[in-house]
Design a protein around this ligand. Structure first.
Ligand code: ADP
Ligand code: MG
Length: 278
């Protein structure tokens, strides 16, 4: 099983959109996928049409009590399961503050899981607090969605240091394995420049012995597409909401890249982005 946390301490960069639609695309490819919503804002849960009332249990009870992941897991469609979140989860940061071993609760709960998934994907909150640390100790891989913005790499050092420290102290197998550009504005100079900067940064790191030395720059760029922004309010992944949109196409393509399958050829009206080598 591959287990992947989708992390960036900035909000609004495309984490949840990627977590939901990449999970759905992998499920469409026949992979058994479990998506864990670890953000108290519960955007991934809402995106998949799961809104929990106060009477329902979520990942909050899993982290703070005896509840098992299997007790709260919801079947979404063929091959896709969701462990939902709810606002209560915001209290977990405080409640767990004095707990010994609070960073490894999710990992321990996953050890009690017997469902054979091919992919475990965790949508993280926009912070590097105890929830994100639980994700980082529970997975083998981190995916980093970036928005091509002039501050895209701002705060990056702190994120990389956090990954490195978790890899050193808590989870030796952890590595940053993928970087993907989201909300990409094709044809703009800024997008091309940020793409080059990001590629250059990771290229220079290749010789270092860090948890991100092997990070892959995904070739697939997730273009800005209004359908991706609309789909959450209908409680559907892009593949149900607008299966023929550019958004669906880009996430399908990203899933193929994640799976190591050959990419589908570009459509007649699409040009490859020319990115100079660093
Ligand atoms: N490729 C895209 N094109 C257009 N809108 C997008 C795209 N990706 C994300 N969005 C929208 O941008 C906002 C932030 O994205 P989201 O995935 O929620 O970011 P994060 O989880 O990092 O906070 C949401 O309203 C989402 O619907
Ligand atoms: Mg989010």
């Amino acid at each position: 099983m591959r287990s992947i946390a989708i992390i960036n301490q900035k909000g609004g960069v495309g984490k949840t959109t990627t977590a939901v639609n990449l999970s759905a695309a992998l499920a469409e490819q026949g992979q058994r996928v479990c998506l864990i919503d670890l953000d108290p804002q519960a955007h991934a849960s809402l995106h998949l049409g799961v809104a929990l009332g106060n009477d329902r249990q979520s990942v909050y009870q899993v982290l703070t009590g005896d509840t098992l992941l299997a007790d709260v897991r919801v079947a979404i469609e063929d091959n896709l399961w969701l462990v939902p979140s709810q606002l209560d989860l915001a209290a977990a940061e405080m409640e767990l503050a004095g707990e010994v071993g609070r960073e490894v609760i999710l990992r321990d709960k996953l050890d009690l899981e017997h469902e054979p998934y091919d992919y475990l994907i965790i949508d993280c909150p926009p912070s590097l607090g105890v929830l994100t640390l639980n994700a980082l100790t529970a997975v083998n891989e981190v995916f980093l969605p970036l928005q091509p913005h002039f501050l895209a790499l701002h705060g990056f050092g702190k994120l990389l240091r956090t990954i490195q420290v978790v890899a050193q102290r808590l989870n030796p197998g952890l590595r940053l394995s993928g970087v993907m550009l989201c909300m990409y504005e094709s044809g703009t100079r800024l997008a091309a420049e940020v793409t080059t900067d990001v590629a250059g940064f990771f290229e220079r790191q290749k010789a270092q012995r860090t948890a991100w030395a092997e990070a892959k720059n995904y070739q697939t760029r997730i273009r800005r597409n209004i359908r991706l922004a609309e789909a959450p309010s209908f409680g559907q992944s892009i593949f149900h909401y607008a299966p023929d949109s550019n958004g669906a196409r880009d996430y399908r393509q990203l899933a193929r890249e994640v799976l190591g399958l050959p990419l589908e050829p570009l459509q007649a009206n699409e040009q490859p982005e020319l990115v100079p080598c660093p």
